[in-house]
Design a protein around this ligand. Structure first.
Ligand SMILES: Cc1ncc(COP(=O)(O)O)c(C=O)c1O
Length: 395
């Protein structure tokens, strides 16, 4: 162990070394970009886009993939393609990125907030059931941090009530549930390729589905309302232009080739961190449901119980860890239904004490940290132990 004086109080940090860079790239990105350049097409109908869509669908055992410019417009496109609009309700969690709920309002429908589980950060199935009304048309489970929501319970519940299931898999590239990749397990799945995501082109998004009719609608909405077998100036639908560029697709194909090796590395390092946390009373990792046989670990999530750290506030814990070289964050400061465009009556809110508690207790690490060497996870463990040993000096 380095200095026992906390770095926050002038001591030597546990770690001075940088964590793995994100995004990562090599010659395959360069050659993919050059191929797009030299083909001279550059736009969204470039071969690179079709190639990536085919590879991404195949990786997730989905029949169809439609790319768009980001993981917000994917959600909006999915809702529009399902015919969801004014008068309809869509159930969403309150502990998620804003797009999961704002997409519902953008299409004119009402987001209905149902609570999440404390242990998984994912939608609570009883809370979803309690939130269903005669206006409910869909539910959007977020596979939070990369952990699939409980699809064994959610899919039959949705089927019983005739609801579409839009998987928000923005955190869950390559995650699987009972051996099946997420994304096309519900009606349609939405992915983001924004800069922090486990597969990225800086920006970008994709939709997966096994339904050919829905796939055509998604494609049409994202391609100006055209039909895939129609003429350039035929617009049977009201659409917009959400086409991913060839440049982005080339970057994504190169990254996709690395996804599985990185997924395994993140899972192995997460297991190492979890076994250390078993010894630490007060920092409880996200419950890793054994049915989630692959867990993308976009975010490594812990729940902090300040009582177990002599009352040290979460904010002080995070500041102390950051000073020791561990880039911990608190994720979302308050639930989505407190954001002005999502308060009632723009939304319907059902009691969400778990989401509120998670806003107070979450301590998280980003996916790039989990790409380090296994021994480097011990820096995280040593920093936590050091803070714990010096907790009285910090208060
Ligand atoms: C759960 C979730 N859904 C949707 C999105 C939206 O993706 P994008 O940033 O690509 O629009 C994000 C992005 O951060 C997200 O975390």
């Amino acid at each position: 162990m380095p200095s026992s004086t906390l770095a926050l109080q002038g001591g030597t940090p546990v770690r001075n070394k940088a964590w793995p860079r994100w995004p990562q790239w090599d010659e395959s990105e360069r050659s993919g970009l050059l191929a797009v350049l030299e083909r001279g097409e550059w736009g969204g109908y470039d071969k690179a886009v079709r190639d990536f869509e085919a590879a991404f669908a195949a990786r997730h055992a989905a029949a169809h993939c439609v790319t768009t410019v980001n993981g917000t417009t994917t959600l909006e496109t999915a809702l529009r393609a399902l015919g969801i609009g004014p008068g309809d309700e869509v159930i969403v969690p309150p502990y998620t990125f804003v797009a999961t709920a704002s997409a519902v309002r953008i299409v004119g429908a009402t987001p209905v907030f149902a609570d999440v589980e404390l242990e998984t950060w994912n939608l609570s199935i009883p809370a979803v059931e309690a939130a269903i009304s005669e206006r409910t048309k869909a539910v959007i489970p977020v596979h939070f941090g990369g952990l699939p929501a409980d699809l064994d319970a959610l899919l039959p519940l949705a089927a019983r009530h005739g609801l579409a299931v839009i998987e928000d898999a923005a955190h869950a590239h390559g995650s699987s549930w009972n051996g099946k990749p997420v994304g096309a397990l519900g009606t349609v799945g939405s992915f983001s390729f924004q800069a922090s995501k486990n597969l990225t082109a800086g920006e970008g998004g994709a939709l997966l589905t096994n339904d050919p009719v829905l796939a055509e609608k998604l494609w049409s909405i994202a391609n100006c309302g055209r039909s895939s077998d129609g003429m350039w100036y035929e617009h049977p639908n009201l659409g917009t232009n959400l086409r991913l560029s060839g440049w982005q697709a080339a970057i994504l194909s190169a990254g996709l080739a690395r996804l599985d090796e990185q997924l395994q590395r993140r899972m192995a390092n997460a297991r190492r961190l979890r076994s250390f946390l078993e010894e630490i009373d007060g920092l409880t990792p996200q419950h890793w449901d054994p049915r989630a046989d692959a867990h993308a670990h976009h975010i490594f999530l812990m729940r902090y119980d300040a009582e177990r750290f002599a009352g040290l506030s979460r904010e002080k814990l995070i500041a102390a860890l950051r000073a020791e070289g561990i880039p911990a964050t608190a994720v979302y400061p308050y639930p989505l239904y407190q954001q002005p465009p999502l308060v009632e009556p723009y939304s319907r809110v059902t009691p969400s004490p778990n989401a509120e508690r998670l806003c107070e207790q979450t301590v998280a690490l980003g996916q790039n940290l989990l790409l380090a060497e296994p021994e480097e996870m011990d820096d995280v463990a040593n920093a936590i132990l050091k803070v714990r040993e010096n907790v009285e000096a910090l208060k």
